[in-house]
Write a protein that binds this ligand. Sequence first.
Ligand SMILES: Cc1cc2nc3c(=O)[nH]c(=O)nc-3n(C[C@H](O)[C@H](O)[C@H](O)COP(=O)(O)O)c2cc1C
Length: 414
Amino acid sequence: MAEPIKNPSILLIVGGGIAAYKSLELIRLLRAAEVEVRVVLTKAGAQFVTPLSLASLSGNKVYEDLFSLTDETEMGHIELSRQADLVVMAPATADLLAKAAQGHANDLASTLLLASDKTALAAPAMNWRMFTHPATQRNLARLRTDGMFFIGPNDGAMACGEFGPGRMAEPVEIFDAIQTALNRTKRTDLHDELCQDLAGRKMIITAGPTHEPIDPVRYLANRSSGKQGYAIARAAQAAGAEVVLISGPVSLVAPPGVGFVGVETAREMAAAVEVALPCDIFIAAAAVADWRVEADSDQKIKKGSEGPPLLRLTENPDILAGVARRVENRPPLVVGFAAETENLIEHARQKRMRKGCDVIVANDVSPAAGVMGGDDNTMVIVDAESETVWPKLSKEDAARRLVAHLGRILAKRS
Ligand SMILES: Cc1cc2nc3c(=O)[nH]c(=O)nc-3n(C[C@H](O)[C@H](O)[C@H](O)COP(=O)(O)O)c2cc1C
């Protein structure tokens, strides 16, 4: 591992988005950690935060103009980009990203990005429709290929009143990513650490419960809400992967831009997985019913004199084991979920061996843990070498962390 950079210096480009106010807090965190910060404020950025606030917090002059005689004599724009150890864009607006992807150089920010020979880290921030628009996704994919790193965006409530992916990562998250970037001068190390690079990778994710019919109006089900699987699908998409989400019946909206297949039963889910394969990462987050009714009735079963019907159950296909034990087209990374109410780690370890998968994500689903249907999750990651307990996180944060973790494993294997 490379030595951390001494007296690091950041060039921070602040674009024209509502999230620009968060860049003030980011500068405060960086300055407290003794990181030198020079700010470039775009014309649109200046509509949201003032140069005075940025200069006061950074303790440095704020640069706004490409054609400024004073700035050019003080420090040429090329020099400004070269002096920094890292270029950070926060907020990285759709417009800034588009310009960077196209190689435009028609203002100070875009010219600096093009003239820079340093690693660039962007924190995208925009309305979710802008973020999921094919044009923005194309630009992000292009920039990832060109070597730009990304932190976020997160899912969440937006200033425009809508909800979805596009909310800028929190200042502390960007700060952490900057520290990671500064402590890794070797690009390959940095790539492993900040791996959001699932561009060109395909992920199949199953989510939700399955409904197993008893008759046309009744079914066997479980309490899975699908929230964790959907959050993983969003995180995988944000990391650049092509995502196919195969979901049992839930009351969630399919994430925009994700390939979506809705199913009811375990057998339908197994068939949909078969159609969607091959892929690079298969994540079985669905709570697939272990059993179905052997002979479900075509007609509604009537309450009669014979008393309650006896339901004979039969086993459903084991989708996870089926994918993990494939000879042809076995995905390089097969991940299962273990929902347990006792002996979490031991059961997860046994499940991993039994199913033949690479990683098991274990959850305590006892009612006291509140995971089923809740918004938080405590994941335990069980692989061939170790068991790691992650702290309690929101399902969104847990999903992002899991996707980054799996991305790193995949990058090491290929
Ligand atoms: C109130 C308001 C909020 C905006 N917020 C965003 C935003 O969060 N993200 C974004 O990409 N564009 C946003 N825009 C549009 C950008 O400001 C606009 O595309 C601008 O040209 C971006 O300039 P830049 O390249 O300097 O960032 C917003 C515009 C307005 C009027």
